[in-house]
Design a protein around this ligand. Structure first.
Ligand SMILES: C[S@@+](CC[C@H](N)C(=O)[O-])C[C@H]1O[C@@H](n2cnc3c(N)ncnc32)[C@H](O)[C@@H]1O
Length: 307
């Protein structure tokens, strides 16, 4: 099977949004195939880029673009450990954080990772292969209320309680196609509903994607220096809602009506994108996987002290 290389999504707008200073310290929280990191490095002189990826197969030390690069450090960890991991290498604050969420084309194309309903493979779906929870464990052992929560909250599945029953009835599951056989029957005649939503829901649960996103967004409040930028690319509405609300909530003045604005009332962020930046039609036709992408940007206020 031919494997498509990962094409970086919203590359120019996200790099522009970082507003890179040649001597700045930057974080790419989702290194993947290194497309965004490669571009950030082009702007740096005495600055430094710290890149995270939790996937054990991601190995920039074998990649000539990054191997022995003096301005580049790779940290093979979940970005939820960002503050702690950076502290470990002596970094307290940074000038920009980029998150290009989700999985890469390599994940989708490798049947053995279990992310795609198009390929038959083990029901794995772990981004970090060292963790124990897999999609197979969830499908074979979760109780009804746990499955219901996942399919309702993460997949927006129609009649999630019935779907959870159906899943339990057809146990055990071993491969992605074991699951697809069940979803095909359940979604027959339900227009617009496919295995895609079920796979998304399971992937979010396996990797705790929404929890780690909320966690790292909170950390950005103290990690960013004044004028530092938070740049986030999301691929589905659950992620986007979290980013949108976080950025909005942290850029609103908490001033009581009629009273003067004090420096403590000032929000930590200034919203740079009132509306999300989305890919052009050209980008979507060149890379259909970019179609659902949304880019949102905030900037740390100069007059806001560390929280
Ligand atoms: C969409 S890809 C990034 C592609 C990259 N920007 C590029 O241009 O090549 C997302 C990558 O982030 C990683 N990732 C996702 N969530 C993560 C997390 N919580 N911590 C660390 N890495 C994560 C995935 O393993 C994947 O390799």
């Amino acid at each position: 099977m031919s494997k498509s290389p990962h094409i970086s999504v919203l590359l120019n707008p996200s790099i522009d949004a970082l507003n890179i200073k040649p001597n700045g310290i930057y974080v790419d929280g989702t290194f993947g195939a290194g497309g965004h990191s490669e571009h950030i490095l082009k702007y740096l002189k005495s600055g430094h880029l710290y890149a995270f990826d939790q996937d054990l197969n991601v190995n920039p030390s074998k990649d000539l673009r990054f191997k022995d690069h003096p301005s580049f450090t790779f940290i093979q960890r979940n970005f939820a450990s960002m503050t702690q991991s950076l502290k470990h290498v002596g970094v307290e604050q940074v000038d920009g954080i980029l998150l290009d969420l989700g999985i890469s084309s390599m994940h989708i194309d490798q049947a053995e990772r279990g992310f795609s309903y198009m390929h038959d493979g083990p029901l794995d779906m772990r981004m970090d292969q060292s963790q124990s929870l897999t999609a197979e464990t969830i499908l074979n052992t979760y109780e009804h209320h746990q499955l219901l929560r996942i399919f309702r909250d993460y997949g927006d599945i129609e009649k999630p309680h019935i779907f959870a029953n159906v899943i339990m009835k057809h146990r055990p599951y071993q491969t992605t196609h074991d699951l697809v056989k069940v979803t095909d029957v359940f979604f027959k005649n339900k227009k617009g509903h496919t295995a895609k939503a079920v796979f998304q829901a399971l992937r979010i649960e396996v990797n705790q994607e929404l929890n780690v996103l909320e966690d790292v967004l909170q950390q950005s409040l103290s990690l960013l220096k004044p004028e530092g930028r938070l740049v986030v690319i999301t691929f589905h509405s659950l992620e986007d809602r979290i980013v949108k609300h976080f950025m909005k909530d942290h850029s609103m003045i908490k001033q009581l009506k009629g009273l003067p604005v004090l420096s403590n009332d000032l929000p930590p962020f200034k919203l740079i994108t009132k509306k999300p930046i989305v890919p052009s039609l050209d980008e979507i036709s060149m890379n259909p996987r970019s179609a659902s992408a949304k880019l949102r940007v905030s900037e740390k206020q100069t007059n806001h002290s560390i929280i």
